[in-house]
Design a protein around this ligand. Structure first.
Ligand SMILES: Cc1cc2nc3c(=O)[nH]c(=O)nc-3n(C[C@H](O)[C@H](O)[C@H](O)COP(=O)(O)OP(=O)(O)OC[C@H]3O[C@@H](n4cnc5c(N)ncnc54)[C@H](O)[C@@H]3O)c2cc1C
Length: 315
């Protein structure tokens, strides 16, 4: 453990994001006896709100929050300092990275790991941001689905997050409309099989090739209108259409992005800038396959690379 002012300590590694990638990196960094700080604005990242996880080795079934808190405990027990804060600025002077946080702290470190995930993609429709303030528009069915007991909801999207969310929401909602812009759903087969009985019974209706163009309602969402001229009366709308990376901090340090706007890394999770690494959903290392197991693996590799970098004599 490290005590005293953050600004008095030079860490070996500063990790942005306290999700699976960042915390896994911290476990490895701790075992390498690196002085480690993790700054995350959302304890546990996406895993904390993933609800039941059934594909993480060692657990047939575990609540995402419980899983990630075990990882956090493990990281802390190995000496990592976990700060609940948001990094708002980054800089490099000589060989030192300095980070500024929302609460006014400054952190200095010899290496830097971007493990900050990717933000949820929005529909980009008028009123969306207002309705997202607890007025009917949500971006995580597993997190907020239980608010809609006995209600009618829409779920936008046809990937695994949407179908997994629908599988949870059937426990609460009276009726679910899945609204997907393409002509097919593409979840993991096991999740589709779970939902199928509810589609058969009519509790869940699937609307393919359907594009929402307007959010209805004044003070809060009351429904949606589609390009095809359909109108759905809804109590809530869950937007599950993937994520977009937020890369202002990385590009400030001239870190190269790939064609999709994620951080470009090699097999060692190195970026184009010496001493800067990236891991987890902030990269496309495994393409669209973004899971806890891949995030954990990338975090472990990134910490190992940072350790090796610090061992090498500098010119
Ligand atoms: C609903 C849902 C269900 C899922 N179910 C599963 C599942 O069953 N199995 C599975 O393996 N995977 C599942 N996943 C995917 C898995 O959760 C992610 O792949 C994994 O969490 C990625 O970890 P990460 O650490 O890269 O990113 P994240 O978990 O996104 O963590 C990054 C963190 O960094 C924070 N951050 C961003 N910018 C800053 C900043 N400037 N300062 C401080 N902090 C910052 C973010 O807020 C976030 O908390 C699910 C995801 C979702 C959304």
């Amino acid at each position: 453990m490290f005590y005293g002012l953050m600004s008095d300590i030079q860490f070996d590694i500063a990790i942005i994001g306290s999700g699976m990638a960042g915390l896994s990196a911290a476990i490895y960094a701790g075992r390498y006896e690196m002085r480690t700080v993790i700054i995350g604005d959302e304890p546990g990242g996406a895993t904390a709100s993933a609800w039941t996880i059934e594909n993480y080795p060692g657990y047939k079934e575990i609540d995402g929050y419980d899983l990630i808190m075990k990882v956090k405990d493990q990281a802390e027990s190995l000496g990592a300092k976990v700060l609940h804060d948001k990094v708002i600025s980054v800089d490099k002077t000589g060989e030192t990275f300095s980070l500024g946080t929302e609460s006014g702290q400054t952190v200095a470190a010899k290496t830097l790991l971007f493990a900050h995930g990717a933000a949820r993609r929005k529909l980009k429709l008028p009123k969306e941001d207002d309705f997202a303030l607890g007025k009917g528009v949500h971006y995580c069915t597993t997190c907020d689905g239980p608010l809609y007991k006995g209600k009618t909801i829409g779920i936008v999207g046809g990937g695994d997050a949407a179908i997994k969310g629908a599988n949870l929401a059937v426990q609460y909602a009276e009726k679910i409309h899945i609204i997907e812009i393409t002509n097919s759903l593409k979840p993991e087969p096991v999740n589709m099989a779970r939902l199928q009985p509810f589609i058969n019974s009519g509790k869940v209706e699937v609307h393919l090739e359907t594009e929402i163009v307007e959010l209805l309602g004044n003070d809060r969402l009351t429904g949606v209108r589609t390009k095809e001229g359909k109108e759905f009366v809804l109590d809530g709308l869950f937007v599950e259409i993937g994520a977009v990376p937020e890369m202002a901090l990385a590009t400030k340090l001239d870190v190269k992005l790939d064609d999709y706007g994620y951080i470009a890394v090699n097999n060692e999770m190195e970026t184009n800038i010496p001493g800067i690494y990236a891991a987890g959903d902030s990269t496309n290392f495994f393409g669209h396959f973004k899971q806890d197991i891949t995030a954990a693996a990338m975090g472990a590799v990134a910490a190992t690379s940072a350790f090796n970098y610090l061992q090498k004599p500098k010119d």
